[in-house]
Design a protein around this ligand. Structure first.
Ligand code: ZN
Length: 174
């Protein structure tokens, strides 16, 4: 039996499928998925999670930037549940920086992402939220939204030379 907060690993079909729009933010099913996602994030060193990573094909992400052993330089913010998230780039500027993923352990890669985005989503109370996100938080948001489209960050690397082992990544911060 699999635990409800077990993280799907690369190769699992669920990570390559399109997640469905959430129609009823307050339904017990959706509330349960959000609780399972929060529990999964709490026991990992992740800074974000998408519902397909706990094998639920719903358009829900949590962005929870915080300095952790996995991301020592991440800014601190309150974990934010975002339902049906979408965004527009505020400029064409992209920046490459390191990413990892709980579904792809042991690997990091340089990934180009928009530096500044206008994000829109529904919060847990059902309110529509519009928010400008920049830099690391914008990066996490774009990474998690990719999961809702069945994409992983390795799909976006420009060169396989930009993929390194996590042990080499940690040496960069020593
Ligand atoms: Zn991920």
């Amino acid at each position: 039996m699999t635990s409800s907060c077990e993280i799907a690993q690369l190769g699992a079909k669920v990570l390559r499928q399109h997640a469905e729009i959430v129609e009823q933010v307050n339904s017990s099913d959706i509330r349960q998925i959000i609780e399972d996602m929060q529990a999964a994030l709490a026991i990992t060193q992740g800074v974000g999670l998408a519902a397909p990573q706990i094998s639920q094909l719903k358009r829900i992400i949590i962005v929870a930037s915080r300095p952790t052993t996995r991301y020592p330089t991440a800014p601190l913010m309150n974990p934010t549940v975002m339902i049906n998230p979408v965004f527009e780039a505020l400029s064409d500027d992209k920046e490459k920086d390191w990413e990892g993923c709980l579904s792809i352990p042991g690997i990091r890669a340089l990934v180009p992402r928009y530096k500044a985005i206008q994000a829109q989503y529904i919060d847990q109370q059902g309110n529509f939220v519009e928010q400008m996100l920049e830099d690391f938080v914008a990066r996490v948001f774009q990474h998690e939204v990719d999961h809702l489209e069945g994409k992983v960050y390795l799909d976006r690397v420009e060169s396989t030379a930009d993929i390194i082992s996590e042990s080499e990544y940690f040496k960069l911060f020593v």
